[in-house]
Design a protein around this ligand. Structure first.
Ligand SMILES: NC(=O)c1ccc[n+]([C@@H]2O[C@H](COP(=O)([O-])OP(=O)(O)OC[C@H]3O[C@@H](n4cnc5c(N)ncnc54)[C@H](OP(=O)(O)O)[C@@H]3O)[C@@H](O)[C@H]2O)c1
Length: 400
């Protein structure tokens, strides 16, 4: 019987719980960041923005800062300024004693360093950026234990699992069941995937999200990354995490218990809800979104994951099982391949093979250190850039 230890199971915000809760928001101009800002504006008695941080979009950040003049506004990549100075300022902002909760919603690997800085300062984190746990789950876990910080998941699947686990005892869980819609190409004939355009891959049938995660949803690498995220978040072995297809995206995920009972969490596809749950925990906010009308929906359907259509899921699980820096290689190779696809320099069907090639040719460090993660990340990106989609021209191995 699987023992799920739930080392990451958050208990509650540490007391005293201030109101309004002061947030540092990484990724303030993005899809999640904008929805965090909405919730802050709808609930000024509950939340206030202490710092808003973005990558390069100065105008977008200025617009956020205009609505929240009390917040410090910082860009990670301000043109012309020393990037390491900007990085130090961001680390200071997320570690500021006035910050109660750090919301991590910056795109991809860029979120790792500030997340570690926040954990080192003992901050609790509301985490959207799954890449942080994929790249460096062990490191994150060590820092959390050392500093007594907690992570509240924002990803809708992990929020669903988290909610299903509330009130349950350790050892009661048999497996986690992550649902995935299958993205825009669930029914598309396999032989036509060769000609997928950027616009088609960006047209997700259920969720409106940033471009990187939308492409990850089309390949279902997103679900693979979520399996690794769930492994670290809930301390569950990979063998006890399953993925099934659920095209309507109403059941956000499920937990099966040792007695044969299954709990699911339902909601319309609207990220405001899992964000509000992470920000407001342990309380629920009033009227965040409308509940699904099941009679109007009529039917919720489920089907097995097609491993031929979606090889990314098994690839991510393999990298997760290998451990060490293998997931960091997977993550960086995927970020790079998706970025190249979005620039029109790779075809859609080349994304996952590029990632596989990087993962299979890497000799990952078994011991996870921050330096090893950074080296693995750089190596994998170079590997994908130098490869021509399916076939690599790079022979060198990951530096020791
Ligand atoms: N969108 C969703 O519905 C959803 C659902 C579940 C999980 N997630 C996860 O949430 C994360 C964000 O997704 P998203 O869809 O919101 O992405 P997005 O719309 O592309 O936004 C990314 C945000 O990150 C910022 N950023 C880029 N580099 C940065 C850096 N070095 N430091 C600080 N901020 C930086 C961007 O700023 P600029 O605008 O200046 O570039 C932007 O604000 C991803 O990991 C994704 O997997 C998203």
């Amino acid at each position: 019987m699987t023992q799920v230890r739930r080392a990451f199971q958050p208990k509650e915000m540490r007391s005293p719980r201030p109101s309004p809760r002061r947030l540092a928001l990484l990724g303030a101009t993005g899809s999640i960041g904008r929805q965090v800002c909405d919730l802050v504006e709808r609930h000024p008695e509950r939340f206030a923005l202490h710092a808003v941080i973005a990558g390069t979009d100065a105008a977008g950040l200025e617009a956020v800062a205009h609505r929240h003049p009390e917040a410090h506004a910082l860009l990670a990549n301000p043109g012309g300024t020393d990037a390491s100075r900007a990085a130090r300022a961001i680390d200071e902002a997320v570690s500021d004693p006035d910050v109660d909760l750090v919301v991590v919603a910056a795109a991809g690997a860029a979120a790792l360093a500030p997340t570690l800085a926040a954990l080192d300062a003992g901050k609790d984190i509301a985490l959207a950026t799954k890449e942080v746990l994929v790249m460096a789950g062990e490191l994150v876990r060590d820092r959390m234990r050392r500093h007594g910080s907690q992570i509240f998941p924002i990803d809708s699947e992990h929020s669903a699992i988290w909610q299903c686990l509330w009130g349950e005892k350790e050892g009661a869980v048999r497996r986690l069941i992550l649902t995935g819609s299958g993205g825009p190409f669930l029914r598309r004939p396999l032989e036509t995937l060769e000609s997928v355009t950027i616009a088609e891959a960006l047209a997700h049938p259920r969720w409106k999200m940033g471009p990187k995660i939308t492409i990850d949803s089309a390949t279902m690498m997103n679900k693979g990354l979520e399996v690794i995220e769930a492994h670290f978040l809930f301390d569950v072995p990979y063998s006890a995490i399953d993925v099934i297809i659920h095209p309507q995206s109403v059941v956000h995920s499920m937990v099966e218990f040792v007695d044969g009972s299954v709990k699911a969490q339902l909601g319309i596809p609207d990220m405001h809800l899992p964000i509000a749950i992470a920000l407001g925990f342990p309380e629920r906010l009033d009227g965040v979104t409308t509940a699904p009308d099941l009679a109007a929906l009529g039917q919720l359907s489920f089907e097995p994951l097609d491993a031929i259509r979606y090889p990314a899921v098994a690839l991510a699980c393999e990298a997760g099982e290998r451990g060490g820096t293998a997931p960091a290689v997977l993550n960086a190779a995927n970020e790079e391949a998706v970025a190249l696809f979005l620039k029109g320099q790779r075809r859609f069907v080349e994304i996952v093979p590029s990632v596989r090639q990087a993962v299979e040719s890497a000799e990952p460090d078994e011991e996870l250190t921050l330096d090893a993660v950074i080296a693995a990340d750089r190596w994998a990106r170079a590997q994908v850039r130098a490869s021509s989609g399916g076939t690599s021209r790079v022979r060198s191995k990951l530096p020791a």
